[in-house]
Write a protein that binds this ligand. Structure first.
Ligand SMILES: *Cc1c(COP(=O)(O)O)cnc(C)c1O
Length: 421
């Protein structure tokens, strides 16, 4: 495949590509609300770690759908489960039972050592569900006065896009002009235990955190922080809700990122990779004495717990139950971080992360994260910038060492080219 470096700028990049790409980009930009500014790559097919565009060019996927594709594109076991289930039954609604939800829930709880789960679809629905559960638990079990429940969250959080969830986002673009906002949230700096301890009151029903902040740029909190949060919430009778939608399911080298600190949350939020890259599957997983505040009619979802999601989710859980994806993320993650440390002198201001997951800050003098990603695409590697000069690297966990080396070599070439200008 020829990946001649293109000039910077989306227009220039498109101009350098074929008419087919240009036409498809134009129709997408004309007929869809402009909520994203995608790279000018139009994907037609993908397999494993490789994505092919409409011109037949191949790319190494270093983004993996923001960790929704932890097992790569078209994992055979996931596809097999999906195909089989497509032919049987795909949707029942929860008006009746289906033969996939029970086994999926049982296997997921066994994997995580938890009591029960609440099935939803997208990640933000899991977050919304946990907020409702935490508030209800606070009023009915903790005895918080009506209407007073508070949830402590971290600055720089990303928990999704609904009105309530963006109410406590401090990202101006995500938040501005969507008010009136949902009250009941208190924001403290991420990684600052003293600030968190000061914010937790008798009205606090939960602390909601990403154990590693993904969207913010793969921010790992200081050692001992999560343990401190666990101790504080346990002492004050507040729930610890870990949003592992991006950090969970193998990405960091463990099933859950909380495990690195030996911390057990009261509720875990899962999404993204739980759907095996096939469909949206999310869940709130946790203790029975918490999730049991929900009774029939008090919460629900037409699609949550559907048999197709159950079959796919169960295949994902079976992959994780072998421990292989986690081990691969650990081993390949070490290689990734060693490689990135070697590249630092070429213009990486900072490298963070854990397992097969990294946030890298490009020296702003070299250019923007966006420009770096455009150049990487021209070198046959797909990654995505987040916030200015930060790029998130999260290849599928099935990546091989030679592929990883290839991605790192492309990044080195791009950084050298950016420094030359
Ligand atoms: C992606 C993400 C969400 C939202 O998931 P959606 O499926 O896009 O609604 C929530 N929390 C975290 C940590 C995420 O990374």
């Amino acid at each position: 495949m020829n990946h001649a470096p293109t000039q910077s700028g989306a227009r220039a990049a498109t101009a350098g590509r074929g008419t087919r790409t240009r036409e498809l980009v134009q129709s997408a930009e004309h007929y869809t609300a402009r909520t994203y500014s995608p790279l000018d790559v139009v994907v037609a097919r993908a397999q494993g770690t490789t994505v092919t565009d409409v011109e037949g060019r191949e790319y190494l996927d270093f983004l993996a759908g923001y960790s929704a594709l932890n097992f790569g594109h078209g994992h055979p076991a996931v596809l097999e489960a999906a195909r089989t289930q497509l032919e049987r039954v795909t949707l029942t609604s929860r008006a009746v039972h289906n033969d996939q939800l029970g086994p999926f829930a049982r296997d997921l709880c066994a994997l995580l050592g938890q009591d029960m789960m609440l099935p939803m679809n997208t990640g933000v629905e899991a977050v919304e569900s946990a907020i409702k559960v935490a508030r209800k638990w606070g009023y009915e079990r903790k005895g918080v006065a009506p209407g007073r429940a508070q949830i402590v969250v971290a600055a720089g959080n990303f928990h999704g896009r609904t009105t309530t969830v963006i109410s406590f986002s401090d990202d101006d673009e995500a938040h501005r002009n969507y008010g009136p906002y949902t009250p009941g949230f208190v924001t403290v700096p991420f990684g600052d235990l003293a600030a968190l301890e000061a914010a937790v009151t008798e009205d606090t029903v939960a602390v909601l955190l990403e154990p590693i902040q993904g969207e913010a740029g793969v921010i790992v909190p200081p050692p001992g922080y999560l343990q401190g949060v666990r101790r504080c919430t346990a002492e004050r009778g507040a729930l610890l809700v870990a949003d592992e939608i991006q950090s969970g399911l193998g990405r960091t080298g463990r099933t859950l990122a909380c495990e690195h600190e030996g911390v057990e949350a009261d509720l875990y939020l899962l999404g993204k990779a739980l759907g095996g890259g096939v469909l949206p599957v999310s869940a709130v997983v946790g203790r029975a004495d918490v999730l049991s505040v929900l009774r029939p009619g008090q919460h629900g979802s037409t699609f949550g717990g559907n048999p197709l999601a159950g079959a796919v989710g169960r295949a994902v859980v079976a992959l994780l139950a072998t421990g292989e994806p986690q081990e691969r993320a650990r081993v390949m993650g070490e290689r990734l971080h060693t490689g990135l440390a070697e590249l630092a002198p070429l213009g990486l201001a900072e490298v963070r992360g854990r397992g097969l997951w990294a946030g890298i800050d490009i020296d702003p003098r070299l250019g923007t994260g966006r420009e770096c990603c455009e150049r990487l695409a021209a070198h046959g590697v797909l990654a995505k910038d987040t916030h200015g000069s930060t790029i998130r690297l999260s290849p599928p966990l099935v990546i091989t060492e030679p592929e990883l080396e290839r991605g790192l070599a492309a990044l080195a070439d791009v950084l050298r080219a950016m420094a030359r200008r």
